[in-house]
Design a binder for this molecule. Structure first.
Ligand SMILES: Nc1nc2c(ncn2[C@@H]2O[C@H](COP(=O)(O)OP(=O)(O)O)[C@@H](O)[C@H]2O)c(=O)[nH]1
Ligand SMILES: [Mg+2]
Length: 265
């Protein structure tokens, strides 16, 4: 690890999970706390008027141009763009290096499949990431508050980890829309797969026991979530706790990768 290498955090999660809003809120929090952070937008379809990234992929890759040039609709253009980003990534990397920042906060495409499931994204992350990189996976309460939704997000988070092989932090967004009771429940599910299993079986009276059991065996062998940091970008809560979690990962480097990533003794 070189000390002048910035710490990079990629923010991912399902469409509407709050990635863009969180990146802006966290960048503001960091600035107030006296840290140097640079916001990078890797979402060519970003429509946020508030993100205000220092480096923006739309300088290099424009959806409207791709639609015109290749006769594609909006979805096709998004897919083509995901691959084109990889071709421009060394320009992005150069632009980041010139800013000499301590932290790089990367907003990723709204549709998670464009980031998580495409070979090009692996190339993008490999090219941008130094030794100090991690992924924040954002849990949207709209999905996470039902047991089945929570399980789906867990599996998606594990898929992202499997693809990128980077340390992960799981973050609950929009905590302000949940009651204290709901927050407590989500925290228990995050800590204890048995609690989650009970909730899933309670929620569906005739669960596919075989499938649920196998899925939970997989979740358990992947290991505990390592917590779910509750945050609200709207109210500015949980941002310091998120910073501390990210900091622990950066400080520990290899040693602090999730426990299940470690080789058996
Ligand atoms: N209540 C609440 N809404 C939020 C919060 N963060 C984001 N949102 C809303 O969730 C929606 C999606 O947010 P956005 O950041 O665009 O999600 P993205 O698609 O993951 O980038 C927007 O309507 C936001 O205003 C939050 O902390 N609290
Ligand atoms: Mg977004």
């Amino acid at each position: 690890m070189t000390m002048d290498e910035p710490g990079t955090i990629y923010f991912t999660g399902t469409a509407g999970a709050g990635k863009t809003t969180f990146v802006r809120a966290f960048a503001d929090w960091m600035e107030h706390a006296g840290y140097e952070a640079t916001v990078v937008n890797l979402d060519p379809g970003n429509e946020s008027t508030t993100l205000d990234p220092a480096i923006d992929i739309r300088e290099w890759v424009q959806l409207a141009d791709i639609q015109d040039e290749y006769g594609l609709g909006p979805n096709g253009a998004q897919v083509a763009a995901a691959d084109m980003i990889a071709l421009k990534i060394f320009d992005v990397k150069q632009a980041i290096a010139e800013l000499k920042t301590d932290y790089v906060l990367v907003d990723t495409p709204g549709q998670i499949e464009l980031f998580a499931f495409r070979e090009a994204s692996k190339a993008v992350v490999d090219a941008l990431s130094g030794d100090r990189s991690q992924i924040a996976f954002l849990f949207d309460p709209a999905l996470a508050r039902a047991p089945a939704g929570f399980v789906s997000l867990l599996l998606l988070s594990a898929t992202v980890e499997f693809r990128f092989r980077l340390p992960m932090i799981n973050v609950l967004t929009k905590a302000d829309v949940l009651t204290a009771e709901q927050l407590g429940e989500l925290a228990r599910w995050a800590e204890d797969p048995e609690e989650l299993y009970d909730a899933v079986t309670r929620a569906s009276p005739t669960p596919d026991i075989q499938l649920s059991t196998e899925l939970f065996r997989a979740i358990q062998s992947v290991g505990p979530l390592g917590g779910l940091v509750p945050t609200s970008a709207k109210e500015g809560t949980g941002l310091e706790a998120f910073y501390q979690s990210a900091q622990r990962v950066f400080a520990g480097g290899e040693d602090l990768e999730p426990s299940h990533a470690a080789e058996p003794e």
